[in-house]
Design a protein around this ligand. Structure first.
Ligand SMILES: C[C@](O)(CO)[C@H](O)COP(=O)(O)OP(=O)(O)OC[C@H]1O[C@@H](n2ccc(N)nc2=O)[C@H](O)[C@@H]1O
Ligand SMILES: Nc1ncnc2c1ncn2[C@@H]1O[C@H](COP(=O)(O)OP(=O)(O)OP(=O)(O)O)[C@@H](O)[C@H]1O
Length: 268
């Protein structure tokens, strides 16, 4: 049994306050993008994880195994072999590990016929990471709280092409949060997203950009280059380091590969 685990981008990201537990209250809009890992579950005598195309260590800290152990606490599930083909860059703000975790929950739910509801799966996903529950819905969602309180929002970018550039910079999410200052947003994100996309440039902000562009100027350079190449809207995604641009067409973007790895949408 196999699942293509897509990535996500953040359309706007406001860090509102820091909580007692060290997490941050935020608001953001998650949007799925056509960059995929592949997760496969196979019958096995013993639990095993194999990873391709990545130097990730296949240990118990991997989110695919964390998802397995989490379900095993409550359900009788036999050992399986999990195959993971990585393509979503790590430390990119694209939710790759989170997507793999949620995809593993869904695959195990189907493989062992656990009949878990979407809400039950989202509850398990929230225990694996703040970005994980979104991937159970896997459609444009407005997120609050630490990122796990989700509500549908009407955003449709299917008429556009989303290009992602990943510079050779790994940013840990925790590090990014340690260096960001919560602030009261000057724009209502749910209203701004309803503006014509041509106006998003001035209204829809990722609060991580201020601190991270200062520490890694090349990320800001990539954003500027995407606009130079005709992006209607461009922004760093999540806690970085990747930057995405929304285009009407993909002509003339070859030069972007000197800034990092270019990820073009894959129409499966
Ligand atoms: C930056 C975003 O990608 C925006 O979508 C998410 O907030 C991050 O979600 P994530 O990678 O799933 O984050 P987690 O794995 O849950 O947490 C990693 C670390 O990020 C910090 N963290 C995460 C989410 C949040 N709302 N506040 C935080 O301060 C915490 O230090 C936490 O220990
Ligand atoms: N299956 C996995 N794929 C990628 N990273 C994983 C996985 N399992 C555990 N990790 C760990 O999770 C951390 C973050 O992974 P992930 O790719 O989700 O972060 P990200 O790209 O920064 O996304 P975001 O910050 O938006 O959640 C990495 O440090 C990695 O070591």
């Amino acid at each position: 049994m196999l699942k293509f685990a897509n990535a996500k981008i953040n359309l706007g990201l406001h860090i509102l306050s820091k909580r007692e537990d060290g997490y941050h209250e935020l608001e953001t809009i998650f949007y799925p993008v056509k960059i995929y890992d592949v997760v496969e579950i196979l019958p096995s005598e013993k639990l095993e994880l194999k990873i391709w195309n990545s130097d990730l260590i296949a240990d118990d800290q991997n989110l695919c195994l964390k998802a397995y152990y989490l379900l095993k606490q409550d359900h009788h599930i036999d050992p399986v072999k999990i195959h993971l083909l990585k393509n979503i860059p790590i430390g990119a703000g694209l939710g790759g590990g989170s997507s793999d975790a949620s995809s593993t929950l869904e695959l195990l739910n189907n493989y062992f016929k656990l009949n878990l509801s979407k809400n039950q799966l989202k509850s398990y996903a929230a225990q694996l990471g703040a970005d994980c529950p979104f991937f159970i819905d896997n459609q444009a969602m407005y997120a609050q709280g630490i990122g796990t309180e989700l509500s549908e929002i009407d955003v449709d970018l299917s008429a556009y092409q989303i290009v992602v550039i990943k510079p050779d910079i790994h940013i840990s999410t925790a590090e990014a949060y340690r260096n960001v200052s919560p602030m009261t947003p000057s724009v209502n994100l749910k209203e701004a997203i309803r503006l014509p996309i041509q106006e998003w440039k001035y209204q829809i902000i990722n609060d991580f950009e201020i601190s991270l562009f200062d520490r890694y100027p090349v990320i800001g350079d990539i954003k500027a280059k995407l606009y130079e190449k005709g992006a209607i809207y461009a922004s760093m995604s999540g806690s970085g380091s990747s930057v995405f641009g929304i285009f009407e067409n993909l002509e003339g973007l070859e030069e972007l590969n000197k800034y990092g790895k270019v990820y073009l949408p894959v129409n499966l």
